[in-house]
Write a protein that binds this ligand. Structure first.
Ligand SMILES: [Cu+2]
Length: 180
């Protein structure tokens, strides 16, 4: 009797542990599209008058074939580009990825300040903390996928981030002088 009870208790405990694992809220907004999983979409509130904002998300390719993010659109902005940030001659610069961004099979691409980002240009309204911004990602294979960006505070480092960064634009870039 003693033995049966403790076995039952162990099972009950295991069940409770599994239940709490399944309830992790960070997975709630994950979007699956074919072999791709899109998660952790976020952005930053824009200070008054700012016409541009950065968007970030994580794209995981669970399949065995490469895919490619070719374009992004959304009602929030007149235009959304896929940008890459990199250090050139000691200066942080950004450039649009004209051919999109490849997502290799088995790989996870994480957009984050200082790296890949969605450049939302000609914002219709300022982004406010707590807003959810809907964007449509278009992939070569997975097609069009809707995702949502949670707007966090100005200068927020983002979910599970290594910290934010301020970076200057390249002088010859179209939107020079902007900081993000
Ligand atoms: Cu940019």
């Amino acid at each position: 009797m003693q033995r049966q009870l403790s076995a039952f208790t162990r099972l009950a405990l295991l069940g409770a542990m599994l239940g709490s694992l399944l309830a992790v809220p960070a997975r709630a907004d994950d979007v699956r599209a074919g072999d791709l999983v899109i998660s952790q979409g976020w952005s930053r509130a824009t200070p008054g008058g700012a016409k541009v904002g950065g968007g970030y998300l994580t794209i995981e390719n669970k399949g065995s074939a490469p895919d490619r993010l070719i374009s992004v659109s959304g009602d929030v902005a007149g235009k959304i580009e896929i940008h890459e940030m990199a250090v050139t001659n000691g200066v942080m610069t950004m450039r649009p990825l004209e051919n999109g961004l490849a997502i290799a099979p088995g790989k996870t691409v994480k957009f984050a300040p200082g790296g890949f980002h969605l450049m939302m240009m000609d914002l219709k309204n300022p982004l406010k903390q707590g807003d959810k911004v809907s964007v449509t990602l278009e992939f070569e294979k997975a097609g069009k996928v809707s995702a949502s960006l949670d707007v966090q505070g100005v200068g927020a480092p983002g979910p599970g981030s290594q910290g934010g960064g301020k970076m200057e634009m390249h002088k010859t870039d179209g939107h020079s002088g902007m900081k993000m």
